[in-house]
Design a protein around this ligand. Structure first.
Ligand code: ACO
Ligand code: ZN
Length: 223
């Protein structure tokens, strides 16, 4: 079960095709030395990045049978902020996002889902916003075929609606997906973002969602 053993086992399989590392989740071609080298590099960086040793002062905002959620605020000790930075870098890398400069960095709230294996397996970054544009449901029927000019897979309304909280990033470690980790992160955010009230799904907005993000958000907001 140790990650090092896993690495050797995976790298040792001479598949002519893609294989997925059971520790870091990278999909690569084990029969290609270049791929293998890239994997080794990614493997160590990734596992180092998501390693969570535990902090003297940590703000546990939710606890579950399979982990807990820790909230990190902008004025927290530098070891906590550094961990958030490392995780965000891994997430941005995976999403192919450029380093996005936050609108108001001193109001950012970061929620980390820590697994029982002491790893950061989920991350949600939120900040206050004033308005959002509702995603219009995907057009169905023949007219949707003529929307070739539209570079996006979906469209947004151009009428701004008031919102309170924007989710700028949500990410769950590939090997831990579909275990309701993202759902629990958003539930916890709604509960903790503003003192004394539970935000409705209309008051939160997902910024620039990926296809995965959109599937999750649609499901989450309808249930
Ligand atoms: N396809 C279809 N439905 C999905 C998917 C998916 N990929 N992901 C979630 N859902 C729906 C399901 O209905 C699911 O419930 P079910 O498993 O009982 O059917 C429900 O949403 C709840 O899903 P969770 O288990 O809570 O979601 P998960 O922990 O797997 O995390 C996430 C979802 C964060 C989108 C994850 O897939 C991920 O990290 N993807 C890569 C990063 C990414 O694209 N993040 C979104 C960027 S957009 C932004 O940051 C604003
Ligand atoms: Zn690996």
């Amino acid at each position: 079960k140790e990650s090092k053993d896993q690495l050797i086992i995976d790298a040792g399989q001479k598949y002519f095709g893609a294989t997925m590392c059971k520790s870091c989740g990278m999909i690569y071609n084990a029969s290609s030395p270049e791929d293998e080298m890239q994997h080794v590099q990614h493997h160590h960086r990734f596992l180092e990045g998501i390693k969570y040793v535990g902090w003297k002062k940590e703000r546990v905002v939710a606890e579950f049978w399979d982990g807990k959620i820790v909230l990190v605020l902008p004025r927290d000790p530098s070891y906590a902020l550094r961990k958030v930075e490392d995780v965000q870098e891994l997430v941005d890398n995976e999403l192919g996002f450029q380093q996005v400069v936050s609108q108001c960095p001193n109001k950012t709230k970061t929620f980390l889902f820590i697994s029982d294996e002491k790893r950061v397996v989920g991350c949600l970054i939120a900040e206050p916003i004033k308005q959002a544009f509702r995603v219009l449901s995907e057009p169905t029927g023949p007219e949707s075929l003529s929307s070739k000019e539209c570079p996006r897979a979906w469209q947004c309304s151009n009428v701004p609606e008031p919102a309170i909280c924007g989710i700028s990033r949500i990410w769950v470690f590939r090997l831990k997906r579909r275990k309701r980790i993202a759902r629990r992160l958003v539930d916890t955010l709604r509960n903790c973002f503003m003192f004394g009230c539970f935000l409705s799904t209309d008051e939160i907005a997902f910024s620039d969602p990926t296809p995965d993000g959109k599937l999750f958000a649609t499901k989450y907001c309808n249930t």
